[in-house]
Design a protein. Structure first.
Length: 713
């Protein structure tokens, strides 16, 4: 099946299998994630008749209101409808309805529904609880990140009558959850344990063994009388010294679908692919949002993606703030910045990731905190939020100066190929041929990064305004002085007139590296470049021998000897290559820069901006692959615009596409607490968006033909 279904309810759990094989089987058979820890298999449902499994075939499947609805049949009149979803309080739910219909129905049938799974024999023993069972584990995560405490309770909670199956430690079995391969298949009848108690572990425990456990209930199905039951696996975040249990959601909106979409502006557009992409970006916020209250999660936030990215990550956080600012409720946008600066290290470093149980990791990413915070504040200005994070941001700026610019050059160092979020690039190997061998975030080299320097410039520029607004005059003056120093250093030292763009600097020889990386266009979004520099950058950007591929913008110039549009790096296709693939994050920053100069009258910037948006929408909308639903993958081919499907991560927030769409295609911008009409492209579709929230006001923006207007709602 081509369609991948992602289910989440705004809690700490998500069902988003990378390469699903079992989405059309009852239950949650493919992997699920509890925070960023993978767990598989959660459970499946088997229907027995006379102790033999029925062969249920999925006849149809569709998604509605954040739920997956599947219809099965056995060819003999039995229909089973499963409504599968994840609730806001982290319950993986399968609601099933059994009914007999059609000419092939046999009359009344006595059936048994079994909810079952297997677990490994390590850790705490399975607890048998009469009509349910549970396990408690510290779940191991990818890359040896801190483990996630999980307490999972499997049950049939809607009525009495379910009983726990007699569990078994068992050798053998299969990974596909086939009832015929379980230790229960060849028994005369299903048996139950004698008492409520934890399982007794055998001695010795075979490391290859599995623990098969489950529960069952008998049902009678009569023609014309459907039978409905609910099965769920309830996930608590719980271990010794750590407990989190969220509040039970509204029974009429368990997955928070209605509550979320009531908070989303309504967008309609004659360019239907654009309309689909806008809806998809809001849906990603719905799927990837997380509540606060557990461990380090001091505020609500949004994850970068699915799988190992199912956690807040600083590299993408400013871009996600810019997506979340379009929601009518600013809680998510404000929460993203607060959760990172609430967890700032003692030395002033902002953590690269937020974990639940500990923040002892050394991850760090350079990120555009200034751009993200400024954009959020333009729509949802809040003195309390600014005051809450200002002192922490000041500590972060000092940390950058002390640790990433110890000589006081005004330029910012990148010290390994991960912390700029752009590994496997000649940006780094040009100064250290072993730079791509680093596996962690320890210092491996020093490079004055153009992207890191621009991010620092944008942050101190904005903080100068924030400090002045909060009457912190001395602090504002310090930020202004640092802004001028950084601006002067980038202009004079990082500009390469021959190449026509800004470049990284090797701090050892004080020379530019000569590598044409797309991040060299990031200064376009600021007042750093001057007139002649802008013209040269636009010339290089639009050059088909440099960056203007069929689907721009590649992360590395075509003329570079290490350019590879297929993502091959030294003979291996890497997960995250930055040597020629197209990353939506880069496109967002470049479109922001083109908009900055288009609104100042640069016609070439306006033309490139419109073309780049069209290509970006084509990549994200699914149009290129003939898909009905959009996808947001990490990176794309510069030759054909196809996504990096091999990674299996296609719900990924790292760019600010909503900002780009509303600015370029819709021609409006939020400034000074109001919505302003300010076209930056000549080719704009008719559209209507209502419910645009700016402060405590809401607006409708509409374009029909040559007329565009803003109306207060």
């Amino acid at each position: 099946m081509r369609q991948k279904y992602v289910l989440a309810g705004g809690g700490y759990c998500i069902s988003a299998p990378r390469h699903p094989r079992n989405q059309l089987r009852p239950g949650f058979v493919d992997e699920i994630h509890i925070f960023n820890a993978e767990y598989r298999p959660l459970y499946t449902l088997t229907v027995l008749e006379k102790n033999l499994p029925l062969e249920l075939v999925c006849d149809s499947h569709t998604a509605a209101n954040g739920k997956l609805i599947l219809e099965y049949s056995d060819g003999q009149g039995l229909k089973m409808i499963e409504t599968r979803f994840v609730s806001a309080d982290d319950r993986f739910v399968s609601q099933v309805e059994l009914k007999l219909e059609g000419k092939t129905a046999k009359g009344e049938r006595e059936l048994t529904i079994v909810m079952w799974t297997y677990v490994d024999p390590e850790g705490e023993a399975v607890s048998l609880e009469g009509d349910s069972f549970r396990i408690r584990r510290m779940l191991v995560t990818a890359n040896d990140y801190p483990p996630v405490p999980a307490d999972i309770h499997w049950s049939n909670p809607d009525s009495k009558g379910a009983r726990c199956l007699q569990p078994y430690f068992c050798e053998g079995g299969s990974d596909d959850l086939d009832w015929r391969h379980t230790p229960w298949f060849d028994k005369n009848e299903l048996t139950t344990p004698r008492a409520k108690r934890p399982m007794e572990k055998p001695s010795p425990i075979l490391p290859t063994a599995r623990v098969y456990c489950g529960l069952f209930r008998h049902v009678q199905v009569k023609p014309g009388t459907p039978v409905a039951h609910r099965f769920e696996a309830f996930v608590l975040l719980k271990s010794k010294g750590f407990t989190y249990r969220s509040r039970r959601p509204d029974a009429k909106d368990e997955n928070g679908w209605q509550a979320f979409w009531s908070n989303v502006p309504k967008f309609q557009c004659e360019w239907k692919d654009l309309e689909k992409v806008v809806q998809h970006r809001f849906k990603q916020l719905y799927l990837l949002r997380m509540p606060h209250g557990a461990g380090s999660m001091t505020s609500p936030a949004v994850c970068e993606g699915t799988g190992q990215f199912h956690q807040p990550i600083s590299f993408s956080a400013p871009a996600i703030m810019r997506e979340a600012r379009w929601l009518q409720d600013p809680a998510l946008g404000r929460g993203i910045v607060k959760v990172f600066f609430d967890n700032i290290r003692q030395n002033g470093m902002v953590p690269g990731r937020i974990f639940l149980t500990t923040q002892s990791n050394t991850d760090f990413y350079h990120a555009d905190w200034g751009g993200g915070f400024e954009a959020l504040d333009d729509m949802h200005s809040d003195r309390a939020t600014k005051r809450a994070v200002l002192m922490a941001m000041q500590r972060y700026v000092k940390w950058l100066a002390n640790n990433r610019d110890p000589e006081g050059s005004g330029l910012t160092d990148v010290v390994n190929h991960f912390e700029a979020g752009q590994e496997f690039s000649r940006r780094y190997t040009v100064i250290d041929e072993k730079a791509d061998r680093a596996e962690g975030f320890a210092e491996a080299f020093r490079l004055k990064g153009i992207d890191a320097s621009v991010f620092r410039y944008r942050l101190v520029s904005y903080l100068a305004r924030v400090a002045d607004d909060l009457q912190e005059k001395a602090m504002a003056n310090r930020f202004l002085a640092e802004k001028e120093s950084i601006q002067d250093a980038i202009r004079k030292r990082m500009w390469d007139d021959k190449a026509g763009m800004f470049m990284d600097i090797d701090p050892e020889n004080k020379r530019r590296t000569g590598v044409k990386a797309a991040v060299g266009f990031y200064p376009l979004a600021t007042d750093i470049p001057k007139g002649a520099q802008i013209d040269r950058m636009l010339e290089v950007l639009s050059d088909r021998k440099e960056f203007w591929t069929k689907y721009p913008v590649p992360s590395l110039a075509i003329s570079d000897p290490y350019f590879n549009g297929d993502g091959l790096w030294k003979g291996t296709r890497r997960n995250c290559p930055w040597n020629g693939r197209v990353w939506p994050m880069i496109n967002s920053h470049i479109m922001e820069g083109l908009s900055y100069w288009a609104e100042r009258g640069n016609k070439k910037a306006a033309k490139l901006n419109g073309e780049l948006l069209k290509k970006t929408v084509a990549m994200l909308s699914g149009e290129i692959e003939g898909l009905a639903e959009p996808v947001s993958c990490e990176h794309y081919s510069p030759e054909n615009g196809r996504a990096s499907r091999f990674r299996g991560v296609d719900q990924y927030l790292q760019s600010f596409v909503l900002d780009n769409i509303f600015r370029v295609a819709c021609g409006f911008v939020v400034r000074f607490g109001e919505v302003q009409i300010d076209p930056v492209s000549d080719d704009m579709p008719d559209f209507k968006i209502s419910g645009v929230s700016v402060g405590n006001k809401r607006f409708m923006v509409e374009r029909k033909g040559s007329k565009q207007r803003v109306v207060a709602e």
